[in-house]
Ligand binder design. Sequence first.
Ligand code: HEM
Length: 183
Amino acid sequence: MITDRTSWAVKGADIVSELMTLINVTDEEKDLLKALQATAREQSPGLLDAFYGRLLSHGNTAEYLRNVPLEHLHATLTNWFLDIFSGDYNEQYAQKRLKIGQVHVHIGLPVRYPLAMIDVIMQYGEQVTKASSNPALAFVAFKKVLSLDIAIFNQAYEDNQLKYLAEMVGGERLARLLLSGNG
Ligand code: HEM
């Protein structure tokens, strides 16, 4: 039997404060990212081509994009990418990112696909950071903020599983024990 953990009590937007402490993006790193927002905008058409080109060339992922206007997807992914270079990763940022994760949960998309697409995001993020006054530190900062995003995205999936399992078994604690294989 596993013991209860304090991390189990961290919910919603508090998750971002907790992760920010864990990941520790410094003020210098935030400033470096913020200074790159215009460059990120310039590079976003390339990112969109690579991102949707890959998803559309694979049958299982293309299926999800069939009835969604590509302009909508382009606009939302561009904004998502530019927000990484906002330099401000507060509660509002976390809520927005959690909601984006939830959108993907609700379309029945297996989490492996968004996770696999991080490869493309990483490539373009690195490209953008090359224009920085301090490319090495800007790339370190980019990876930190992207890790934060990956964690929040996953959290949306986990929250959903926990919510339904907790409803079924009559409590979150038992749901956590079951999900950990200790039920
Ligand atoms: C790094 C991975 C990804 C990121 C950052 C991302 C980002 C976004 C964002 C910001 C939105 C708009 C959400 C909103 O309306 O608030 C969105 C919507 C959407 N995404 Fe993704 N996405 C990712 C992966 C994927 C993958 C792998 C697929 C499909 C194979 C996908 C399919 C969709 C669809 C269909 C919508 C529109 C949902 C709707 O409006 O009904 N996404 N995505």
